[in-house]
Design a protein around this ligand. Structure first.
Ligand SMILES: NC(=O)C1=CN([C@@H]2O[C@H](COP(=O)(O)OP(=O)(O)OC[C@H]3O[C@@H](n4cnc5c(N)ncnc54)[C@H](OP(=O)(O)O)[C@@H]3O)[C@@H](O)[C@H]2O)C=CC1
Ligand SMILES: O=CC(=O)O
Length: 361
């Protein structure tokens, strides 16, 4: 599987490249306000040079250049979609938004976004449309359903699905978009509410390379790095593997916190010890202190983590890969959901273990 890490460029590269021109076409204020973010890669590693070459030798790519005038659509304004759309608007992009619950569009409209009343209308009025939806069902419905984005797509347009979905869903949406003569990129993100607010997401993209190159300046507003992984499905698969690991890590951390407490240790000290050793992780340092206080302010809803584990287990099943740890973790998230914790942060999975030990006490 080909994989390319493209870290953020330095300002000189950017200013001297066609990227800047393209960036400015999408978002006029970028040239004046652009401040490069730190590289995500270690400085000791050579950075692959950024290529913002928008058009490949394919004629279809060249025609898409002529028709791109730079209007950006954004469908799905939840925890992730809202700050991402906001960052595009703040960068000067001409953004049109839609969300199932219309009231979530209002703060963005007051920042300068326009509103259209269906995904179809957004896509019809935009050159590139991003979608950040809850799960496979909503991603398919918003793209392919009645008044879905597909109906507004056509040659010269692009659809970028940044929702976390399974491979089959991504391929299905790709087929529908392609049938309209448009381009498709899957681009799920790693990183949660705060990275979304700070423009520090990691994009795991796959699909039409020319669309990837075209939207790279937009991805660079929203994120700190981006991977291009080849064929449609590879981005979804990578995201599911990452979140499978994350879900298991959080379940294991929860067990450790509760065990430390039960044997008379201070779980806050455990969090500190973990943060200094080989198993330290930003996630533990960020969530550990609130978990010790039984607080779970929602950044990544527990229901989405369970969805990702479920989809990752399906992915593993499709290639007969054994994943017993993820399977056990998934069961725990299901228990947590049954306790009404779906909309809490996924760190609330610890409550399922507490309830379990009370049940057996
Ligand atoms: N939160 C996080 O930390 C991260 C989340 N993700 C992934 O990003 C995606 C979005 O996550 P997040 O923003 O947290 O989720 P939210 O639950 O906050 O938002 C979900 C969005 O999907 C919309 N939606 C849900 N069902 C439907 C439907 N049937 N039809 C139309 N729209 C629908 C919601 O609309 P409405 O407002 O009307 O409910 C909302 O805009 C998920 O796939 C998630 O797994 C990826 C990385 C990090
Ligand atoms: O999908 C969740 C994340 O934090 O990444």
């Amino acid at each position: 599987m080909p994989s390319t890490l493209l870290a953020k460029p330095n300002i000189n590269n950017l200013l001297s490249s066609t990227a800047m021109a393209l960036c400015s076409a999408f978002c006029p204020r970028i040239s004046a306000n652009f401040r490069p973010k730190p590289f995500s890669s270690s400085p000791s590693k050579p950075l692959l040079s950024l290529s913002f070459k928008v058009f490949s030798s394919q004629a279809t790519d060249a025609s898409s250049q002529d028709k791109f005038s730079g209007r950006v659509g954004f469908l799905g304004l939840g925890i992730m979609g809202s700050p991402m759309a906001q960052n595009l608007i703040k960068a000067g992009c001409d953004v049109i938004v839609w969300n199932r619950t219309k009231s979530k569009c209002d703060p963005l409209i007051s920042l300068g976004a326009k509103y259209r009343s269906s995904p179809e209308e957004v896509a019809a009025n935009c050159d590139v449309t991003f979608a950040m939806l809850a799960d496979p069902e909503s991603a398919i419905d918003v793209a392919c359903g009645k008044n879905g984005a597909v109906r507004g797509m056509g040659p010269g347009k692009g659809y970028v699905d940044i929702s976390t979905v399974d491979v089959a869903t991504s391929k299905l949406i790709n087929e529908h978009i392609k049938a309209r003569g448009a381009l498709f990129l899957e681009a799920p993100v790693s990183g949660s509410k705060k990275p979304a607010e700070d423009g520090q997401l990691i994009f795991l993209t796959a699909g039409d390379r020319s669309l990837y190159e075209l939207v790279s300046p937009l991805l660079d507003i929203l994120g700190k790095s981006r991977f291009y992984l080849g064929e449609v499905g590879n981005g979804a698969a990578m995201k599911l593997v990452v979140n499978m690991i994350m879900g298991s890590m959080m379940a294991s951390f929860s067990e450790g916190i509760l065990l430390s407490k039960k044997v008379g240790l201070d779980p806050s000290v455990l969090v500190e010890v973990v943060s200094q050793g080989a198993i330290s992780a930003p996630m533990y340092s960020l969530k550990g202190p609130s978990m010790v206080k039984s607080q779970y302010p929602t950044a990544f809803p527990l229901k989405h983590q369970q969805k990702d584990l479920r989809l990752a287990l399906g992915l593993a099943e499709s290639v007969s890969q054994s994943t017993p740890i993820a399977a056990a973790a998934n069961e725990l998230y299901k228990v947590a959901k049954s306790y009404g914790l779906s909309d809490e942060d996924f760190s609330a999975v610890i409550e399922a273990l507490k309830a379990k030990s009370q049940d057996t006490a």
